[in-house]
Ligand binder design. Structure first.
Ligand code: GRF
Length: 213
């Protein structure tokens, strides 16, 4: 039986698209629902085109983070999620939510974690004179962008790179590694235990598996 994957988005949903496309060729999972906290997010349209159930849960409609997160959880559970995938979901989640889905909640971050947690990662990587930049899929823990890394992909930073050119290349890499991580999890190869990620029962290092293309 295929595992149920629920994806949370706020915007374009190009990572969601990569996961939808990969699901079509996967025997181990299907995307059973997509939640957006923003009306008009293009990712909702992508899901509808693929006949995937959608829900709009707007954070402004809730008095606080706790009640918003409870409603997210209610919908996620209604779809029977085995794995919850954050794909450009621009809300900070409460510790209660993160703990509730611990070990089955993953995110993609546009940097080579543990470098450049937080926002504006591309500009910060260029400004710091880094030789390379990239993206990381990681398990989500209560501390922002600090959960166990699963897989990471890098691209060199060229001397004439602007934020846009670098961001574009990193985005392409995101679309390669996110479906890989989802497949690993749903085929039973990937677990999280005590803050560490394991692939085929072997602990992954501080940066996760390196994607070689
Ligand atoms: C990606 O850059 C991802 O790293 C960040 O949000 C962006 C989402 O892009 N967390 P998209 O909506 O999947 O196109």
């Amino acid at each position: 039986m295929k595992l149920s994957v629920v994806v949370l988005i706020s915007g374009s949903g190009s990572n969601l698209q990569a996961i939808i496309d990969a699901a079509a060729n996967s025997g181990s999972y299907e995307v059973s629902g997509v939640i957006s906290n923003r009306e008009g997010a293009f990712g909702l349209e992508r899901a509808q085109r693929a006949n995937i159930a959608t829900a709009l849960i707007e954070h402004q409609q809730f008095p606080d983070r706790e009640t918003f997160d409870k409603e997210l959880g209610r919908q996620i559970d209604a779809w029977g999620a085995d794995l919850v995938v954050l794909a450009g979901f621009m809300r900070i989640l409460t510790d209660q939510f993160v703990n509730r889905y611990a070990g089955r909640l993953i995110n993609i971050h546009p940097s080579l974690l543990p470098k450049f947690k937080g926002l504006d990662t591309h500009a910060r990587a260029i400004a710091a004179g880094e030789a390379e930049h990239g993206c990381t899929v990681h398990f989500v823990s209560a501390e922002l962008d600090a959960g166990a890394p699963i897989i990471q992909a890098a691209t060199p930073i060229h001397s004439d790179d602007k934020v846009e050119t670098l961001q574009q290349r990193v985005h392409q890499l995101e679309h390669c590694i996110y479906p890989i991580a989802v497949e690993w999890f749903c085929s039973g190869r990937l677990q999280e235990r005590d803050g560490l990620a394991y692939l085929d029962a072997e602990p992954l290092g501080a940066s996760g598996q390196r994607y070689e293309g």
